[in-house]
Design a protein around this ligand. Sequence first.
Ligand code: SF4
Ligand code: SF4
Length: 372
Amino acid sequence: MAKVDNWQLNREMDYKFKASPPQRQIAWVFDTNKCIACQTCTVACKTTWTSGEGQEHMFWNNVESKPFGFYPLAWDVKILEKLKRQTWDGDTYAGRTIFEGNPPGEEVLGFTPEPEDWSHPNLGEDEVNAPIKGNDSFGLPHDRWMFYLARICNHCAYPACLAACPRKAIYKRKDDGIVLIDQSRCRGYQKCVAACPYKKPMFNPNTGRSEKCIACYPLIEKGIAPRCVQTCIGKIRMVGFINPPDKAREDNPLDFLVHVKKVALPLLPQLGTSPNVYYIPPIHVDTTYLTQMFGPGVKQAVEIYKARQEKIIGLLSLFGSTEHWVDRFEVAKGEAAAFQNDAELVRVPVKEPVVFRVYKDEKHGVFRQSVT
Ligand code: SF4
Ligand code: SF4
C-alpha cells in the first residue's frame, strides 16, 4: 500500500497505487435543492448508453429519494455498516476508509449486491423519514423530510474499482481524470462491482463484462457537457474541471463552489475514494443525517447557501444555461457569464425580470384574465 494525500479527509491514507493525478480532473456540482426527481437525466443516459440487451437493469445515472431510496438496494447502508465507526476530529477524518478496512486477501472493503437488489431502482421514492402527523408544520430544517439524490460515477481521484481490478482493465485518463473500463481486458470477475462503494460499475450478463458511466467522454472531448447535465430539467448540474485545493481559482465554477465557498461537498467522503461529484446539501434536512452523508462541512455549507450571496446566486443561474462544460465564470453588473477557453458561452441575468400584465388594457379597452 502507498500513502496518498486525500484533501477530503484532511489526511494521508492508504491506497494501492502511488498518487498519479491527471492533468485535469473532470468534476460536477449537483444542487440537491433544485432536483425534482423528474428522471429526465436517467432516461437521457439510459437511451444514450444502456438500451441494449443485458443492460436492462443498468442506470449509470439514477436519482433516489433519501433516506429510503437506493439503487442498488441499501448500497450506502451496507457499506457504512461494514465500515463501522466513522468519526471526524474537526475537519480530519479519524476513522478507517474502505482502503484501510479491507479484509485479508481483498484490496478494498466492499460487498457484491444480490441480483435482485438491482431490480427496484426507485424503491422508497418520495417516502419521508417518519410518518407525517395531522398537525405537523414545517420550519427549517423540517421535522419530516426527504430529498432527491442524483448519482453517477464519481470518477474518483482514488477509484476503488480500479484498485480492485485484477485484470488492470480499469484506468483513469490522464487528460481529464475520467475512469473507464477497457472492455477488451475485462473478464467479468466483478471485483469492481464489489469494491465501488457507490455501486456504479454494473455487470452485463450478456457480454460477461462490467460496464459503468463513461462521463459521456465523446462529448467532453468536444467541449460539450454529458447528456445528464444537458438535459437536466431542474438545472441542478454544472460540469467542468476542478483543481486541487492549493491551486483553486476563484473564477473556476467548480473551485469556487467546492474550495472557495465550500458550499458543495463530496458524497460520503469517509469512504476515501475522493469522489468528484460535489453536492450542495438540501437546506431543509436534519444536519446529523447530512453530516454522515456529506461530511463535517454541512452546517457551514447550508448557512452559506441560505445567505444568497450575489456571486453564488449568479453562478447557480448559469447551471443548465449552456450545453457546454464551463472553465470560467464571472458575475458583474447584475449578469452572470460562463466561458470555455475564453469564449463566452452564455450570459444570464442574476435576477430574472418579472413582468406583470395589467389587468385592464386601457389602449384596447379590454380586461385580461385567465381563461381556464
Ligand atoms: S464511483 Fe465507483 S466506479 Fe466510479 S470511479 Fe469511483 S470507485 Fe470507480
Ligand atoms: S433531470 Fe435534473 S431535476 Fe430531473 S431528476 Fe435528473 S437531476 Fe433531478
